[in-house]
Structures are given as structure tokens and as C-alpha cells.
Design a protein around this ligand. Structure first.
Ligand code: NAI
Length: 333
């Protein structure tokens, strides 16, 4: 039997945490033959609620779940973790600006970076979910300099999955028959859902989604906006932000990173930019990636037209502004 993998979930008493922990314990993240030990971190004010989550996980009697550590001590939580899913943070409440949220979250990520650096397993893979996800990941990288940059990523898979499903609905094909959409940029309203390379499998074989849809206005406007606005639409309907779909996307992200992407298929991940596609190096930007043996690589050689270029650059510029804002928050604390 395989050794158990230790997985940290921060913000484990929150809504995404509540959906994510059982998915991991059921083997959705790492597969049905991989035992796991969950490290659940949250903060003191919700310590009781965290205890409750722990009790429910025990009661579910998950065969793959070999242990649960539930704690409010960040150093204890990070001990020996192989995978860290960073969901915890201060939520954006009504009337708060992005700047206010950053003021709260940047110091949290600075502290968690140090704890991971000191206590996590040396090859620990990190997925940042908490917003602003790309910038939080960058802060984490900054304050955990001994963790390889390749191991620090952020979640844009939810946007990627939404993009696949919007196309599947439009074409009336199964979502598993749609692939190779791209989310470029920031996990924010400037993200660019690009369907130019998307492919759908139909009775007549693999076809370009743009050709099958045969409506450029839909691809270039309605689709882009519907993917970008889906999060807001869910908040409006549920009065809470996406949780089960975010948890599921976090599982997909880690699953594909570790187990690999299928031949001829790519996924979107927020990763450290190496300057591919003219994107400023050293920011965390969402790119199309393929994964093999636990390593992601950015898909190379896609032709970028003027329409795409402009949208990719807009999101890049927003990220560089966010980065300076994050640093100014740090200097003030
Ligand atoms: P939530 O408010 O229900 O849960 C957040 C949890 O984090 C709370 O239990 C809170 O006590 C905890 N927390 C706060 N400070 C902490 C700290 N220093 N250490 C550990 N835990 C801490 O929020 P929800 O809905 O679970 O969302 C979590 C984050 O994920 C939010 O930032 C949200 O914006 C983001 N998100 C990102 C998505 C993406 O696609 N990247 C999609 C959906 C949400």
C-alpha cells in the first residue's frame, strides 16, 4: 500500500473547506488508491466549528482517510505537508474594496509562507485559492524563497471549467467532449477566456469550437462575459460565493498537476511567468499548461491575434498593479 500524503487545507471551517475536505478524503484529488492525512487549519474564533468539521470527517468513515489534524496553529498545520491548498483568508464583504481585502490578506500570506518554508515537506506543492489568488501566490513565493517557484500555483481551474461547460451547453455536447479552452491572466474580471483553440468532439470527429458555434459575436463577447461574470451570478443566486465548484476545481487542479494531463489536452493554471507569450516574467499569471510527472509546462507556440493580445495585456497590467498594491500593504504593516 502507498504511504499517506499529507494535505493542508487552510480556511478549513469555511464554505470551500467544508466542500473540499470530504472530496479529498474520498480520493477525488489524488485517486482511489492514495491514502491521505488531512491537516485542517483555521483561526481561533472558529475553532469550535473546525472541531465539528473534524467530527463529521471521522463520522464519514472514509477508507482513504488515515488521519486528521485540526488546529489553529499555522506552524503545526504545515508540518510535513506534501500538498497545501490555501483557501483561508479574509472574505471580501459588501462595500469593501480590493485594497481593503489585500490589507487583510497580504500579511496572512506572508505568515503562512514562512510557516510552509520552515515546516512543509521540501517538495510541497502549493495551490492558492483565496483571493486575490494570483497576488497571494506571489506574496507566498516572496516570503518562502526556498520553495521552488514551480511549486507555487493559483487556482483558475474554476474559470477554465466554467468555460468548458458554457461551450458544452451552447453546442449541446457532453462537457467531457470539450477541451483546450484557455483562461489567461488574473483570476478577476480581467481574465481572458479564450476559445480560439477550443475543440469539441462530435459525431464527425474533433472540430474547432469557433467553427461549430459559427457565431463570432458569441465567442468574442457573450462567452467571454458569461465566464467572467459567472462568479457574481452565483453570489446573486446563493448569497454566498461558489464553494462546491471551487472545491471541485481545486481537486482537478492538483489531480492533473500530480497525475498528469491527457495527451493532446491542456488545462489552465496560475503559474510563475517565464515570459512566455510576452507576459511579464515573475508574476503569477494563468496560462494553458500540460502536466507530466508532477511538473507543469506552459503550452508553447499558440498564435495570438491582436484581439487576444490586448486582453492578455490588460490582465497582465492589472496584475502588476496588484503586485505594487500588495507591497504597499506590506510596508504599512
Ligand atoms: P469563507 O469565508 O467561508 O472561509 C474562509 C475561511 O478562512 C474562514 O473559515 C476563516 O475563518 C478562514 N481564515 C481566515 N483567516 C485565516 C487564517 N489566517 N488562517 C487560516 N484560515 C483563515 O470563504 P470561502 O467561500 O470558503 O472562500 C475562501 C476564499 O476562496 C475566498 O478568498 C474566496 O474569495 C476565494 N475563492 C477563490 C476562487 C478561485 O477560483 N480562485 C473561487 C471561489 C472563492
Amino acid at each position: 500500500p502507498k504511504d499517506a500524503v499529507r494535505i493542508l487545507v487552510t480556511g478549513a471551517a469555511g464554505q470551500i473547506g467544508y466542500a473540499l475536505a470530504p472530496m479529498i478524503a474520498r480520493g477525488i484529488m489524488l485517486g482511489p488508491d492514495q491514502p491521505v492525512i488531512l491537516h485542517l487549519l483555521d483561526i481561533q474564533p472558529v475553532a469550535e466549528s473546525l472541531k465539528g468539521v473534524r467530527m463529521e470527517l471521522i463520522d464519514a468513515a472514509f477508507p482513504l482517510l488515515q488521519g486528521i489534524l485540526a488546529t489553529t496553529d499555522v506552524n503545526e498545520a504545515c508540518k510535513g505537508v506534501n500538498i497545501a491548498v490555501m483557501v483561508g483568508g479574509f472574505p471580501c464583504k459588501e462595500g469593501m474594496e480590493r485594497r481593503d481585502v489585500m490589507h487583510k490578506n497580504v500579511p496572512i500570506f506572508k505568515a503562512q509562507a514562512s510557516a510552509l518554508e520552515q515546516h512543509a515537506a521540501p517538495d510541497c506543492k502549493i495551490l492558492v485559492v483565496a483571493n486575490p489568488a494570483n497576488t497571494n501566490a506571489l506574496i507566498l513565493k516572496e516570503f518562502a524563497p526556498s520553495i521552488p517557484v514551480k511549486n507555487i500555483t493559483c487556482l483558475t481551474r474554476l474559470d477554465h471549467n466554467r468555460a468548458l461547460s458554457h461551450i458544452s451547453e451552447r453546442l449541446n455536447v457532453d462537457v467531457r467532449d470539450v477541451k483546450n479552452v484557455i483562461i489567461w491572466g488574473n483570476h478577476s474580471s480581467t481574465q481572458y477566456p479564450d476559445a480560439n483553440y477550443a475543440i469539441a468532439t462530435t459525431d464527425i470527429g474533433e472540430k474547432s469550437v469557433r467553427e461549430l458555434v459559427a457565431d463570432d459575436h458569441w465567442i468574442d463577447y457573450e462567452y467571454i462575459n458569461s465566464v467572467r461574470e459567472r462568479g457574481a451570478e452565483i453570489i446573486k443566486a446563493r448569497k454566498l460565493s461558489s464553494a462546491l465548484s471551487a472545491a471541485s476545481a481545486a481537486c482537478d487542479h492538483v489531480h492533473d498537476w500530480i497525475i498528469g494531463t491527457a495527451k493532446g489536452t491542456w488545462v489552465s493554471m496560475g503559474v510563475y511567468s517565464d515570459g512566455s507569450y510576452g507576459i511579464q516574467p515573475d508574476i503569477i499569471y494563468s496560462f494553458p499548461v500540460t502536466c507530466q510527472k508532477g511538473e507543469w509546462s506552459i503550452v508553447q507556440g499558440l498564435k495570438i491575434n491582436e484581439f487576444s493580445r490586448e486582453k492578455m495585456d490588460t490582465s497582465m497590467k492589472e496584475l502588476t498593479r496588484e503586485e505594487s498594491l500588495a507591497y504597499s500593504c506590506l510596508n504599512q504593516t
